[in-house]
Design a protein. Structure first.
Length: 559
């Protein structure tokens, strides 16, 4: 038997394939400039003056460096250390350096503070646009940013605490050191409401608060109990609910006492979450932790609801951002990938899917920025009333649409879409979170019912706003008429609440898009989401729509 001769040129055989028809990463683009819907929305909502700073911010968000930070904070999860080497409790969570970079970037830009510090028209809209951009890099670190931002109106209810804490909370800067708040110039704030036996129903809270002196607003208490979810446990203080003699009250609980000793807010462990992994979420025990009462005794829910409303608003922005990132990746991929002899972007069925995904973003942004505009004008009663319904409607609808949207965007990338090297995998894992925290879907829907029954003027304001789009599209007009008929009969309202909120959301999105004046977008949104085609998969847009315009608006490399 003769053996085969050895190959005279082994390297020729080592070359197994050439890499082609793979999509380059979407890097070094301007995430604001390329986002037509965002740019137009910001101008419409009264913040045209902010275009230069948003353009600058968009370039930073789209940069290779910030994109890398987003990947690293999810790859290197926060780590918890309960004790130091000698056995002292330290309750320390260590984050990857990229987490600190993202936090520093956002806190320096005033994402937590700008509209409170300079409440000029357009300030909330500008901040909303920055949140929307920031969340496209990574969703998880948005948690402490939003809680810090949202804590301000609640702390404002108690002048003694506001005087001491707000200057440092509102300072533009980031100080992650594990030292007492008295030694820092910039602080972050978390929130502890949810306990094991109840999250939605916080009245079930069993944590107790005993007055150390006279008790009452601004006074010191000692808290004993537990919290089942407390995210971002390295925050400098937390707004928490606890039962005092007068009922459920709100407290500001610092991580360190003013005398520099450790406040016994003890982290039991970090949650092992499916998504939102760059954000540490902890279980804590309060073993006689010092806290000061915020707001009136027994009015804890009322006091903290100011904070909750703001975090719910940010959930709308965060989920809209995830949708935007998904569409950007999907269109980018479709432009570079070929199958069956044509790039995906030229395949009619893929065009249908991409346009439909972009329409979702248009609707989400329309309602989110409308609420941002309302926040800029809360001295106007109409705007205040719009917020009362718009925040739970928007939070419910946008957050609930996002997991399915993320899944479809992921599928546009085929198999690559589920691989962690591609952001679509992360978007999908993160997508359900916003719908659950800060009031899950049913809780939002029930809150809308509460607003409808307790504040009927809010519905009047909502319908007035809807009617601004009247007379342009017969389908929209018919949907609004149907909605009004449904609202006129509130029999079994609780059972029907989700359906009602769906219709409140869809008709408002459509009306806002009509008012925005882009017929391609408004027409396609109405044709696909109202009337007979309301319950549907993405990629089922009817014929005869201006798909080219819609896709171009979502293309991240066209500005
Ligand atoms: C990643 C993450 C981070 C979090 N971080 C924080 C944090 O920092 N601080 C904090 O306080 N909490 C935090 N939470 C907790 C979160 O806010 C709660 O999980 C949420 O409010 C739901 O409460 P629950 O888990 O107790 O569920 P439950 O209240 O038991 O609700 C379970 C289900 O029942 C539904 N439901 C409740 N009431 C009704 C009703 N009347 N009719 C119909 N359906 C109803 C809800 O919609 C939900 O679907 C976090 C949660 C997550 C996932």
């Amino acid at each position: 038997m003769t053996l085969p001769q050895s190959n005279p040129n082994p390297q020729a055989f080592a070359i197994t394939h050439e890499v082609f028809n793979q999509t380059p990463p979407l890097l070094d683009f301007n995430a604001f400039d390329c986002d037509t819907a965002l740019k137009e929305g910001v101008v419409r909502a009264g913040a045209a003056w902010a275009i230069p700073q948003l353009t600058e911010y968009g370039a930073r968000i789209g940069s290779a460096e910030v994109t890398r930070w987003g990947f690293e904070v999810n790859e290197f999860k926060p780590q918890f250390f309960s004790h130091d080497r000698n056995g002292h409790r330290i309750d320390l969570v260590k984050y990857h350096d990229s987490y600190h970079q993202l936090m520093s970037m956002a806190l320096t830009a005033g994402i937590h503070s700008a509209p409170w510090v300079t409440p000029e028209p357009g300030a909330h809209v500008t901040r909303a646009a920055k949140v929307y951009l920031q969340a496209q890099a990574d969703a998880g670190h948005g948690c402490p940013l939003t809680m810090t931002f949202a804590a301000v109106p609640t702390l404002d209810t108690t002048p003694a605490l506001a005087r001491e804490w707000l200057p440092k909370i509102l300072a533009n800067g980031y100080d992650p050191r594990n030292v007492p708040y008295t030694e820092k110039m910039a602080l972050t704030i978390g929130m502890g409401m949810t306990e094991k036996q109840g999250g939605s129903d916080v009245r079930a809270n069993t944590t107790t608060a005993h007055a150390l002196g006279t008790g009452g607003t601004g006074e010191a208490y000692e808290l004993v109990g537990h919290k089942w979810f407390t995210s971002a446990p390295m925050c400098d203080a937390f707004l928490m609910l606890g039962q005092s003699r007068g009922g459920l009250s709100c407290f500001l609980v610092p991580r360190w006492r003013p005398d520099g000793s450790k406040n016994p807010v003890e982290v039991q462990r970090l949650k092992n979450k499916m998504g939102n992994v760059s954000n540490a979420s902890s279980e804590i025990e309060l073993r006689g932790a010092l806290g000061w009462m915020v707001g009136d005794e027994g009015r804890g829910v009322w006091t903290i609801i100011e904070m909750v409303a703001m975090t719910r608003f940010d959930c709308m922005l965060g989920s809209s951002a995830s949708q935007r990132q998904g569409v950007a990746q999907a269109i980018h991929h479709a432009e570079h990938r070929s199958a069956f002899g044509k790039t995906l972007i030229h395949q009619p069925l893929m065009r249908n899917v991409l346009a439909d995904l972009q329409l979702e973003v248009e609707g989400s942004l329309a309602i989110a920025l409308r609420m941002a505009r309302a926040l800029d004008h809360t001295q106007d009663v109409h705007e205040q009333l719009l917020l009362r319904i718009g925040v739970p409607v928007g939070k419910y609808w946008i957050c609930k649409r996002s997991p399915f949207h993320a899944y479809e965007a992921m599928e546009c990338l085929g198999g690559n879409g589920v691989i962690e090297d591609f952001i679509t995998a992360r978007l999908y894992r993160d997508a359900p979170i916003n719908a659950i925290w800060e009031g899950s879907g049913n809780v939002q829907a029930l809150d809308v019912l509460r607003a409808l029954s307790r504040t009927p003027e809010a519905l009047e304001a909502w319908l007035l706003e809807l009617d601004k789009g009247h007379g342009n599209h017969a389908t929209l007009d018919a949907s609004v008429a149907r909605l009004k008929a449904q609202l006129a009969d509130m029999t079994d309202a609780e059972y029907r609440a989700r359906h009602l909120v769906d219709q409140l959301a869809l008709t408002m999105q459509a009306s806002l898009l009509v008012q925005a004046g882009n017929n391609a977008v408004a027409g396609a949104f109405i044709a696909s989401r109202l009337g007979t085609q309301s319950d549907r998969n993405y990629g089922t847009l009817p014929r005869g729509l201006d798909i080219d315009t819609i896709i171009a608006r979502g293309n991240p490399t066209v500005s």
